[in-house]
Ligand binder design. Structure first.
Ligand code: IMP
Length: 427
């Protein structure tokens, strides 16, 4: 069975937690795009793990794979491996594999990301982790792959080929090009290569062989649908394709293998960085959601912008991903709000529309049209089944399911592993 899990909004929907919940039924969990711009928080009993690169499946029995469509900061990965080991999690080449072709994020990519963002009159609000510049090099065929990093002679030859170009790019943006050939940095990267060499694998082959053997494989996305580099809200997007089809392309698995596509959907919406968010709540209500939901970036610590549930954006996410089921997260955060609102359409140029306009500039002009539902004043954190939810919370979930037309199968009411329950029947 091949299952793909993606975020249906702007990222930070709680993917790490749901992957962790489902991973017990999977033999392999594979990350297929993005890099350490992502941050997945998983709470296991009293321990909180913040993972940026390693799929959350590592916390269970599954083999964790990092696919060739990921851009990899080797220092960050090694730190993450150490953090897991310090917490008693086994991180061995049997548990973790990284594709030989995975692009390495070099110090010059991070430098260029920072310089370019500083020079932009209208910012994107990137995470400044070098993501975009590593992907530029992949597409320009000027990348260094993990296999190169692990082979000293090849790494040094390749770096020499690329160095003067990278130096001029940094100089052109007013930076100091010295880091490109900095011998201490090069030495450090070669050590990273040696440490990661035992983990190198062919991810596509492993996954296809596992599927042939009847095993279960889950593809885990980072970021969210509307940050997709092709279909998202350009230019306020990340540099990789975040939607379900990208899992097949990036992992080298044929689309005929896909069984389920699971959406992670937050019960409201958040966005970190710039770009339109039609239901954004400024003022007291926005601050309240941000506080109640702990809406601060796992990677950058930035406060996330918060808004009401946005159905038009969700409908587009359903179209782009072909979801078969939904995991609804953070329902507990809406407790105490009266009323609760759902954006069911937009007012745009004097008309009411129910699907987002294609261009970002037009989305920025859309005014939300709301449906109001009565709220619930109850602590949901200990709720273990749909039936235990207060009637108004049940009604909110039912209404969302009806509007989305895709069954909600999981509901989460808090950060802990136990604070999620399955909802068997579509409502
Ligand atoms: P980049 O991916 O660092 O280039 O940033 C591009 C945009 O994507 C910025 O608005 C970031 O805030 C956003 N972004 C990148 N990764 C994540 C994520 O994991 N969650 C939410 N937003 C993200």
């Amino acid at each position: 069975m091949f299952t793909i899990i993606t975020g249906a909004q702007f990222g930070d929907e709680g993917k790490g937690k749901i992957v962790d919940l489902l991973a017990k039924d999977y033999d392999i969990v594979a990350r297929f795009q993005g890099g350490n711009n992502a941050g997945h928080t998983v709470k296991v009993e009293d321990k909180v793990y913040k993972l940026h690169l390693i799929p959350s499946g590592i916390l269970l029995e599954a083999r964790a794979l990092i696919g060739p469509g990921v851009v990899l900061d080797p220092g960050v990965l090694l730190e993450e491996m150490e953090m897991l080991r310090a917490n008693g999690v086994v991180v061995s080449p049997e548990k973790l594999g990284i594709d030989a072709k995975t692009s390495i994020i070099m110090p010059y990519h991070i430098e260029l990301d920072g310089l370019r963002e500083a020079a932009r009159a209208k910012k994107i609000g990137t995470t400044k982790r070098g993501i975009g510049f590593a992907y530029i090099d992949k597409v320009a065929r000027e990348e260094l792959r993990l296999a190169d990093l692990a082979d000293e002679a090849r790494f040094l030859t390749r770096l020499e080929e690329l160095a003067s170009q990278k130096e001029s790019e940094i100089s052109a943006l007013g930076g100091d090009p010295a880091l490109v050939r900095d011998s201490a940095l090069i030495k450090k990267y070669l050590q990273f290569g040696k440490k990661l060499a035992p983990y190198i694998t062919d991810v596509s082959r492993e996954i296809n062989e596992a599927l042939d053997a009847g095993k279960n494989v889950m593809a885990e996305a980072a970021q969210g649908t509307h940050l997709d580099v092709i279909h998202g809200t350009q230019k306020f997007v990340t540099s990789s394709s975040t939607i379900a089809g990208s899992a097949c392309a990036n992992l080298g698995v044929g689309p005929t293998r896909v069984k389920n596509v699971v959406a992670i959907v937050k019960a409201y919406i958040t966005r970190v960085g710039e770009g339109p968010l039609p239901t954004e709540l400024s003022g007291e209500l926005g601050a309240r959601l941000q506080k109640a939901g702990g809406e601060f970036g796992t990677t950058t610590g930035r406060g996330r912008r918060c808004g009401w549930f946005d159905l038009p954006l969700l409908k587009k996410a359903i179209a782009l991903n072909g979801y078969t089921e939904i995991a609804l997260t953070k329902l507990d955060v809406l407790s105490e709000l009266e009323p609760v609102r759902i954006c069911v359409g937009y007012r745009y140029k004097g008309e009411t529309i129910n699907y987002p306009p294609e261009l970002t500039e037009a989305l920025a002009e859309c005014e939300p049209v709301y449906e109001e539902l009565p709220g619930w004043k109850a602590d949901l954190s200990k709720v273990q089944s749909f039936e235990e939810l207060p009637a108004n919370a049940q009604n909110y979930v039912k209404r969302l399911e009806e509007l989305m037309g895709v069954p909600i199968r999981y509901i989460s009411v808090g950060p802990g592993r136990a604070q999620t329950f399955k909802k068997e029947e579509a409502l």
